[in-house]
Design a binder for this molecule. Structure first.
Ligand code: NDP
Length: 399
């Protein structure tokens, strides 16, 4: 019997939803590159239900308890007195979503003597000290591709929202006003602008594809170059480095994982190298940007707007300056947590657990760390190291 410790975000304030705005969600069985969507043997939930909150339990209880395992679900994840730390000491498997990450720091890994598997129900395993996982023989797996398109849609929304000044204009009508001049004095068309993505992996490429019909110039930088046919089809300009790309752009979107190479990539120096009035969209990870450099960039006008849904740490403390900085279009970490995406990452989590219990190999594309080294997608997209430092500050949210 194994103990599975699952950390999920809190239920909605009014309670777990008795009904939803829609009765169904589209069935996605294949992703754009041909990868299969999750293929668990069965699921015990209705697609489209809220699964990522505590009462949703990722739809796992019947499956796990039916097989004789113990499932502990909690949202209390930060601080040494948290439920997470209490149960971590004898947990075999930890499951957590990047939206409400259970930070698995070196100290916590040290306490988790039984831990064999850390599953990210989503994409992005930077909340796990990957170096610590490698040293301690812990497998780290995520549900690759489950919400890449969800995020790409959010990125396009945020680019348009910033460039067209949507949020302040909407505020004017809810405030009872009709101040057209106030609204449009920061509003532009996206058409003709130069848009660049830092990383053209699953999300970055999907963003490029979705933006192509807007008649913009498309740029990208990545560690590996896209196939020539894709570059030609989308008329892409490749840049060897982010430093080379960003001065050419009016809009920059960040779509790389957080790892030592990308941590604080967008600092004062990088922002100073951009055109005055660049829009920056970051739905990748908060720590890829230097928190205070973003605020300075917006205050000085070097950045015309910043939007994203990723913060560091998460949840962001009440006084995090990105909550109140000018010209921001921030949301809590929601882009990859749509009900549509939850269906896929809950099914993918179950698929990973089925493999683990049946001692079958976990799909290579789901692996980040395995056998003491970066593996699968981890070996392709990450570098060795630990990006969890400073995550203790997440406990501040409760205070
Ligand atoms: P992929 O693995 O498909 O793409 C990541 C890309 O980043 C790869 O092409 C990789 O390059 C590239 N990359 C890695 N390091 C660098 C670097 N130093 N410079 C330039 N490019 C780099 O993942 P996804 O596109 O699906 O997701 C990307 C990230 O987005 C996730 O890791 C996660 O942090 C974030 N995310 C956020 C979500 C949200 O809800 N906000 C949800 C899902 C993901 P290569 O492989 O060629 O080396």
């Amino acid at each position: 019997m194994a103990k599975i410790l699952c950390v999920l975000f809190d239920d909605p304030v009014p309670g777990y939803p008795p009904e939803y705005p829609r009765d169904e969600i589209p069935t996605i069985s294949d992703y754009p590159d041909g990868q299969k969507a999750p293929t668990p043997n069965a699921i015990d939930f209705t697609p489209g239900q809220l699964l990522g909150s505590v009462s949703g339990e990722l739809g796992l209880r019947k499956f796990l308890e039916g097989a004789g395992h113990e499932l502990v679900v909690t949202s209390d994840k930060d601080g040494t007195d948290s439920e997470f730390e209490k149960h971590l000491v004898d947990a075999d498997v930890v499951i957590s979503q990047p939206f409400w990450p259970a930070y698995l720091t070196a100290e916590r890994i040290e306490k988790a003597k039984n831990l064999k598997l850390a599953i990210t129900a989503g994409i992005g395993s930077d909340h796990v000290d990957l170096e610590g996982a490698m040293k301690n023989g812990i497998t780290v797996a995520e549900v690759t591709y489950c919400n890449s398109i969800s995020v790409a849609e959010h990125v396009v929304m945020m680019i348009l929202g910033l460039v067209r000044n949507y949020i302040p204009s909407h505020q004017i009508v809810t405030d009872g006003g009709w101040n057209i001049a106030d609204a449009v004095s920061r509003e532009y068309d996206l058409e003709g602008m130069q848009v660049g993505t830092v990383a053209a992996g699953r999300i970055g490429l999907a963003v490029l594809r979705r933006l192509a019909p807007f008649d913009v110039g498309l740029h990208y930088t990545d560690r590996h170059r896209l196939p020539k046919e894709v570059e030609e089809e989308l008329n892409l300009t490749f840049h060897e480095t982010p430093q080379e790309m960003v001065p050419q752009c009016d809009v920059v979107t960040i779509n790389a994982p957080l790892h030592p190479e990308t941590e604080h990539l967008f600092d004062d120096e990088m922002i100073a190298s951009m055109k005055r009035g660049t829009y920056l969209i970051n739905t990748a990870r908060g720590k890829i940007c230097d928190r205070d450099a973003i605020v300075r960039g917006l205050e000085s006008g070097q950045l015309a707007g910043y939007a994203g849904d990723v913060w560091f740490p998460q949840p962001a403390p009440q006084d995090h300056p990105w909550r109140t900085m000018p010209h921001e279009g921030m949301t809590p970490h929601t882009s990859g947590a749509s009900l549509s995406a939850q269906t896929r990452y809950a099914a993918g989590t179950r698929e990973i657990l089925e493999c683990f219990f049946d001692e079958k190999p976990i799909r290579d594309e789901y692996l980040i760390v395995d056998g003491g080294e970066l593996a699968g997608t981890g070996a392709h997209s990450y570098s060795e190291g630990d990006a969890t430092k400073g995550s203790e500050e997440a406990a501040e949210f409760k205070r």
